[in-house]
Design a protein around this ligand. Structure first.
Ligand SMILES: [Zn+2]
Length: 446
């Protein structure tokens, strides 16, 4: 790693954190124009700016390659961050302090660290210091990733695919190394689960709360159904990505076979949960149609029997599961209440994945060896959604790549996403920019 790349990335990361592009889901939030200005100053060259709503800016640079038939590669990072509850933080979440070897602040790992490192690795191509790769090379800093990309990646891929379209994409999320007893492995995200958000409605007959005998209360089937849902184990889905991940970890053979067996995996995760609950939560999410009832409402007044009630449920499917699986599960899990409930789909997004093979995958494995001396890269899944899906849906191969030191463990890292005291070690920032520089160098000369 060059010291200059590392310190440039740390400086840029701190500037992006201080810009506080907080996206609360409303169109008036985000203010990503601040970070487009920061990046434009850093590059010293104006790019293409997309601004579908005032302030919701995204920045694109596209460098033409030497061979129009060669595959293109896009580096994509988002500049927005989720809100904070400052009272839970031990530092100012937007001061970007450096202490104890960490850069602290909202966005430090999601994903301003990578957005900054991508800019630093990309700049020599933009200035002409490094000759371009055979195919086009693109850098895209997007707004609004934290609210489904409406004013960012979704808008741009829908309206400007001719400008941002690429065969290969590097984006989030960058995972730290993982060691489950079989030695250190380097996870790369190759796919993400699909949200199948659903509203569950129930209806009843209004009446006076003082005379409930024989009443038809809308809360009864809803609450009964939810209680039954909470007690029903989630449906297992063992996918190719999971098989590749588990068989790449070098686990004890007994544990490996349990984790690959749909009938025994829940028992193995329960056991892991006793010693490492955060890891268990991740392993469970990667292998199940997860179900989380998150909002419930009904009734208007203490003395009125409610005639409507609704629950909002966050369901997430692994690759291969679809709306039919969701409806079948809800119908069965809500038991005897199911036929008094109505399921209303709010979002149906199939999981997306790219295979861990091919030219970019090989380059990532080689670059990992350059940086760490190890080729032990394992593909894994992301339980939440990212902008990668807009590109995978159009046929691009997309991976989440970065590099971390071992000061934060894999499970602790997961808990920092959208959590308190988000931070990244200065060393990890340096490793990530080095990793990306090695990827680009190998991509250029492959
Ligand atoms: Zn993110």
């Amino acid at each position: 790693m060059t010291q200059a790349s590392k310190s440039d990335t740390v400086d840029l990361l701190r500037a992006l954190i201080r810009n506080a592009c907080v996206n609360d889901g409303t169109v008036g939030s985000g203010h990503e124009h601040r970070s487009v200005e920061t990046l434009t100053q850093y590059f010293g060259v104006a790019g293409t700016v997309f601004e579908p709503q005032p302030g919701r800016q995204s920045l694109l640079h596209r460098i033409e390659g030497s061979d129009p038939s060669a595959p293109s590669l896009l580096l994509m990072g988002h500049t927005d961050v989720v809100p904070v509850n400052a009272s839970g933080w031990s530092v100012d979440p937007f001061a970007a302090e450096i202490s104890n070897g960490f850069v602290w602040g909202r966005g430090a790992i999601d994903m301003l660290n990578v957005t900054a490192a991508m800019a630093v690795a990309f700049k020599p191509f933009l200035t002409g210091e490094t000759p371009p790769p055979p195919g086009d090379l693109l850098y895209l800093a997007v707004a609004d990733e934290e609210a489904a990309g409406t004013y960012g990646a979704k808008h741009i891929t829908d309206h400007a695919w001719d400008q941002v379209g690429a065969d290969f994409v590097l984006t989030e999320i960058a995972y730290p190394p993982i060691d489950l007893g079989g030695g250190v492995r380097y996870p790369v995200s190759v796919g993400e689960k699909g949200p199948f958000w659903t509203h569950v409605h129930s209806t009843g007959t209004p009446g006076h709360g003082s005379t409930p005998y024989g009443s038809d209360n809308a809360l009864e089937p809803l609450i009964g159904g939810l209680a039954s849902l909470f007690e029903t184990p989630a449906v297992v889905g063992i996918t190719d990505v999971w098989r590749d991940f588990i068989s790449g970890l070098g686990l004890d053979p007994g544990l490996e076979s349990e984790l690959l067996d749909p009938d025994r995996i829940d028992g193995a995760i329960d056991r892991i949960n006793a010693s490492d609950p955060r890891l268990a939560t991740y392993l469970h999410a990667c292998t199940h149609l997860t179900v989380s009832p998150n909002v419930i409402g009904g009734g208007v007044k203490s003395n009125m029997i409610p005639d409507t009630a609704v629950a909002q449920i966050d369901l997430r499917a692994v690759p291969g599961q679809d709306r039919d699986d969701v409806d079948r599960f809800l119908g069965k899990a809500m038991g005897r209440y199911a036929d008094r409930l109505r399921f209303e789909p709010q979002a149906d997004f199939a999981a997306t994945e790219s295979r861990p093979s091919g030219s970019l995958w090989e380059v990532i494995v080689d670059a990992c060896e350059d940086v760490t001396g190890s080729r032990a890269v394992v593909p894994t899944l992301m339980p939440a959604s990212t902008d990668a899906r807009f590109f995978r849906e159009r046929g691009a191969v997309a991976y989440g790549v970065g590099m971390f030191d071992r000061r934060v463990s894999f499970p602790d890292f997961l808990s920092m996403f959208h959590g308190n005291d988000e931070r990244v070690s200065v060393e990890s920032v340096g490793l990530t920019v080095t990793m990306l520089e090695r990827v680009l160098d190998r991509w250029r000369t492959a």
